[in-house]
Ligand binder design. Structure first.
Ligand code: OAD
Length: 259
């Protein structure tokens, strides 16, 4: 072990990463946890331990109570805008400069990967920053600046579509909705063609995103996971790197290519 190498970086994974031409990185909420963005399912701090998904993240919730839903997403947008990318985001951006074909697929809606410098991020669950009309689908601009929302948001009337007058909705994928087809197809193709799949900070409980590591594995890829706690793919992964994204990923990149 060299002084720059963190203790939990297995040499065969480093070798695989250094030599791989096609790498898929799948990220979930844990990748942004060290930026202060709450995850969904962590026991005390996760959004779904404090808020009711059914009342906030479904098409029915928006139809029933658009003010509640819009206010909550504006609070989340505020948190994302006030957050900064962490060393894990930056390490993934650095990977894209080293690996010939790196596909970054995220379930996160905060845009911290882009702000860390990652090009071409595939957003499977949409974005907090691309609202659209709930009636006609027209993309909408958000007011400039950072919203000022109290913890959890407050009831806030959604803006109206300039085209048809319909209510504007967050550009995220809600429970019960389909994922964007093009992104999903590209993510699938990448899983089928990669030599190494890195699953970072996701509980692996939400499908179809949770299938991607299994698809990669079935196609012959090495599967590595970065997560401080166990997930359903622990038994499948070739490498379980127990720790946070911000602690593990920079060391992995350093171990493969030096500082
Ligand atoms: P979860 O909240 O389900 O899982 C977050 C994972 O990150 C857990 O396995 C944690 O152990 C891990 N974690 C926590 N801190 C970490 C850190 N610093 N570094 C690395 N890992 C860490 O979030 P997702 O798997 O992203 O969908 O959830 C998937 C989807 O469920 C989300 O996109 C969202 C949610 O409901 C929609 O809203 C449609």
């Amino acid at each position: 072990m060299t002084p720059t190498e963190p203790p939990r970086t297995p040499p065969d994974l480093v070798e695989r990463l250094r030599n791989a031409r096609r790498v898929l990185v799948l990220t979930g909420a844990g990748a942004s946890a060290e930026s202060g963005i709450p995850t969904f399912r962590d026991a005390l701090t996760g959004l779904w331990s404090r808020f009711d998904a059914e009342s906030l993240a479904t098409p029915g919730a928006f139809a029933r109570d658009p003010e509640l839903v819009w206010g909550w997403y504006e609070w989340r947008r505020m948190k994302a805008l006030l957050a900064e990318p962490n060393p894990g985001h930056r390490a993934i951006a650095a990977l894209a400069t080293r690996v010939p074909h790196l596909t970054l697929v995220t379930q996160n809606v905060d845009h911290l990967h882009e702000r860390a410098g990652s090009p071409q991020v595939l957003h499977l669950h949409g974005s907090l920053h691309s609202p659209r009309c709930a009636r006609c689908g027209q993309p909408q601009a958000l007011p400039p600046g950072i919203p000022q929302e109290p913890e959890g948001g407050r009831r806030l009337a959604p803006p109206r579509c300039a085209l048809c007058g319909g209510p504007v909705r967050p550009g995220v994928v809600w429970f019960g909705e389909s994922l964007p087809e093009t992104e999903l197809a590209r993510a699938w193709a990448s899983a089928q063609g990669c030599e190494l799949c890195l699953s970072v900070g996701t509980s692996g409980l939400v499908y179809p995103a949770a299938d991607l590591p299994r698809v990669a594995l079935a196609a012959g890829a090495t599967l590595a996971q970065v997560n401080p706690t166990a997930t359903p793919i622990d038994d499948l992964a070739h490498h379980n790197l127990r720790g946070t994204a911000g602690a593990i990923l920079p060391g992995l990149v350093r171990a493969a290519w030096g500082a």
